[in-house]
Ligand binder design. Structure first.
Ligand code: GLC
Length: 411
């Protein structure tokens, strides 16, 4: 820590004044995704600053999608930029960042307290490279008021969902009302869009480093999503819809069923929401004859390898990743806890009652393939999902193209 040349002026009643050198402020800069409630993270940073005089934290927010942020961080880190100390990373990225030498290890960190999926995602070659910020998985948000009005139960299959959406849309006669919103834009979230029905058919994409792609299941997955558009249940320009668009449209009352992550809940309950008291959350439907599957999400705190305040940055990360802060973000931002006991915590359940059933979803959610070439795998899938939904190619051709391109990446 550097000594500050600026000084504190002390006045005494005797009338003379003198200066004492004060400890310099350490300025830490933390990167947070703009989608994940930076204003609530700021409250925790304020608490930290209050407890640690001499530490000042500035926040940088950016990228409303995981891939946009990754692109930004890739540029910053490739340039060995020292300005960022702490980085929030999507669960799919710690391994990649560690391999690039962009993170700092947390030696001696005990990961047992966290949910196993996150202990695993943050441990690379036996080293802890980041600490969990929050857990995540995909769920089915739905308009309970509308399902109740038509005597319907949350759907167990995608076909049931389609039929229920049609019933409600026909009854409501609201041209703005969409049956289903999901992510069709060429963003990271579209990888999960593709995988949900694919996994639900019992298929894997990559196992033990080998490609286990099933083209028939992939065709069915793409056909399913496309059919929502063809049948008028999803809107025509679903290929332009990113995660937060689904959230906004659902929150404005224009969507019956929405596929989305946990952060959506608190905003549907907030002052800007048209659907307070009208929303419930369920596990995602399965394909006919299949098992429901969710996509494992979540975000992690890494310390930049180029930070000039690594020790201070690690202490801040340890604070942000701790039990009390996980609870705070669950209560105030409906970000899923990374500690199992918090799924039973009365204050958490008061803020988000459906978290009572969310732990089993997180625990059984499937992880996107782990491969050093994940970025390319993601690119192939999300651009193809987008192309099929935009009507540029048929589901069959899309599935063939995914196979051909993946075979070139995973040999
Ligand atoms: C959520 C998930 C993250 C995922 C992203 C995709 O933020 O937590 O893991 O990659 O959505 O849009």
């Amino acid at each position: 820590m550097r000594l500050k040349l600026a000084a504190t002026l002390c006045m005494f009643s005797t009338g003379f004044a003198f200066v004492t050198p004060a400890i310099a402020d350490t300025n830490l800069k933390i990167f947070v995704s703009s989608q994940h409630r930076p204003e609530i993270w700021r409250q925790l940073l304020d608490q930290y600053e209050a407890k640690h005089p001499g530490i000042k934290i500035t926040m940088e927010t950016g990228g409303n999608t995981s891939d946009a942020q990754a692109q930004y961080l890739n540029t910053v880190m490739s340039a060995r930029d020292t300005s960022l100390d702490v980085l929030i990373l999507d669960v799919i990225r710690p391994a990649q960042f560690a391999a690039a030498g962009w993170t700092t290890d947390f030696s001696g960190q005990d990961m047992k307290a966290y949910l196993p999926a996150y202990a695993e995602a943050n441990t690379v070659n036996g080293k802890v490279v980041a600490l969990p910020a929050f857990a995540d998985a995909m769920f089915l948000y739905y308009r309970k008021d509308l399902l109740d009005k038509y005597g319907l139960k949350p759907p167990k299959t995608w076909d049931e969902l389609k039929a229920e959406a049609k019933t409600i849309m026909a009854g409501e006669k609201d041209p703005e009302l969409q049956g289903l919103s999901f992510q069709g834009k060429a963003i990271e979230g579209a990888v999960c869009t593709f995988l949900l029905p694919y996994w639900s058919e019992g298929k894997n994409l990559i196992q033990n480093g080998k490609l286990t792609y099933d083209q028939t299941a992939a065709t069915k997955s793409l056909e399913l999503w496309k059919s929502f558009v063809t049948d008028g249940v999803a809107k025509k320009n679903i290929a332009e819809v990113a995660t937060d668009d689904t959230r906004k449209e659902f929150q404005a009352g224009h969507v019956i069923f929405a596929v989305n992550w946990s952060y959506v809940w608190s905003q549907t309950q907030g002052p800007g929401s048209a659907v307070v008291g009208k929303v419930s959350v369920a596990t995602l439907p399965a394909v006919e004859g299949g098992k429901p599957a969710s996509c494992l999400g979540g975000w992690e705190w890494g310390v930049s390898a180029y930070s000039t305040h690594k020790d201070e940055a690690k202490k801040l990360v340890e604070f942000l990743s701790a039990h009390d802060q996980s609870k705070y973000m669950a209560v105030h931002a409906s970000l899923l806890p990374t500690y199992a006991d918090l799924y039973k915590d009365p204050e958490v359940l008061k803020a988000a009652p459906w978290f009572a059933d969310a732990l089993s979803v997180v625990e059984t959610a499937r992880a996107r393939p782990v491969t050093p070439r994940y970025n390319e795998v993601s690119e192939v899938i999300r651009t193809t999902v987008n192309g099929v939904l935009a009507g540029v190619m048929s589901p069959k051709d899309g599935a063939a193209q995914i196979g051909a391109r993946l075979r070139r990446i995973i040999r």
